[in-house]
Design a binder for this molecule. Structure first.
Ligand code: FDA
Length: 310
């Protein structure tokens, strides 16, 4: 827990990022979790995954945009990658994941409005190309704002997906609110450092909350997206789907690029839909640190690579 907290604070350290970036081998390690920096790298990675029978959600890395011009350039990056997916005939299998803070949510008083406008443009192009957008969920101070933007977007684009985090005490209630027909909800455990007043701190409690939320979503009319690498939760999701008469295409599993790739392919080979969340771009540091914080083995792998070859 202490290690996790320390690592999560490192997510904001630009100095540490610059040190890590200068070690050549660590770039190779980064590519295990982030397949590249450009839209071209992202589309090429998506193509490989789709050829392996997987679905993809592309995430242009970056969050907490502090300038309007930056928010516009993130929006443009999404429009660009969507267009490339369309041109390459990949839009049916590849959607995008969008962080509202990257397109303006944190810009102050009218940040939410700016983010909504930008997200609307991304959703419009995605709809035209025949694909979808899922709004990533960030720390708990943004949850209400993100759900409010989701509600606005769903008026015109009913298939915009939401993310709910089982570590938040409020989430079972949010699952009930979002379990209606056509509602796409990605359920994950949650990746940010949150206080005990709003979030369960004990891993067992987070897992039990995940199962309660999963029950609500699987029993509902929407489309559950089960985002976890946890073998127990994957098994429970499968059993709940059967219990609620859901066929393979009525829900999907989601995992992160580079994490349990064999399991991703095993599930897909068994007929399940599996979507691989694939981040790309220059802003890889915060994302990488969150992955290292989740699993000591990931951290050991990283440090070993840096120590032996760096
Ligand atoms: P956890 O990290 O507890 O791992 C459980 C078990 O999974 C481990 O004990 C091990 O058995 C197995 N496992 C995990 N990593 C492994 C590895 N590298 N190799 C082998 N086994 C491994 N968070 C957020 O706050 N907002 C968001 O929008 C999103 N979006 C999102 C999308 C998708 C598709 C995923 C998969 C995840 C997210 N997350 C997220 C991140 C999420 O909240 C969470 O931090 C991670 O998924 C890790 O949690 P797990 O459920 O995998 O369990």
């Amino acid at each position: 827990m202490v290690l996790r907290r320390t690592l999560l604070s490192a997510a904001g350290s630009e100095r540490l990022r610059d040190v890590v970036e200068k070690v050549p081998v660590s770039r190779a390690v980064v590519s295990r979790f982030v397949p590249g920096r450009s839209a071209q790298d992202a589309v090429a990675a998506a193509r490989r995954l789709v050829d392996d029978g997987l679905l993809v959600s592309l995430d242009h890395l970056g969050e907490d945009t502090v300038e309007r011009a930056q928010a516009e350039s993130v929006r443009d990056a999404y429009l660009h990658v969507l267009q490339r997916l369309g041109d390459d005939g990949l839009a049916r299998s590849v959607e995008v994941s969008l962080k509202l803070s990257a397109v303006g949510q944190s810009l102050g008083a009218d940040g939410e409005k700016v983010a909504l406008e930008h997200a609307r443009e991304v959703c419009a192009l995605a709809a035209e190309l025949g694909t979808t957008v899922t709004l990533d969920m960030e720390d708990h101070t943004t949850t209400d704002s993100t759900l409010s933007v989701l509600g606005e977007l769903r008026v015109d684009f009913p298939d915009v997906g939401a993310v709910l985090q089982s570590y938040l005490r409020r989430t079972e209630g949010d699952c009930r609110d979002l379990a209606g027909a056509g509602s796409r909800v990605r359920l994950c455990k949650g990746a940010y450092q949150e206080p005990g007043s709003v979030a369960y701190q004990d891993r067992g409690e987070v897992d039990r909350s995940y199962v309660r939320c999963l029950k609500v979503l699987m029993a509902g009319q929407g489309y559950p997206m089960v985002a976890t690498h946890d073998p127990r939760l994957v098994e429970i999701a499968g059993a709940l789907a059967v219990r609620h008469g859901r066929a393979h295409g009525d829900y999907e599993y989601q995992m992160l690029y580079g994490i349990r790739p064999d399991e991703q392919r095993r599930l897909a080979a068994a007929g399940d839909l599996v979507r691989v969340y694939t981040p790309y771009g220059d802003e890889w540091w915060g994302y990488l640190v969150r992955r290292l914080a989740e699993r000591p083995a990931n951290l050991a792998f990283f440090l070993r690579a840096v120590a032996t070859k760096g």
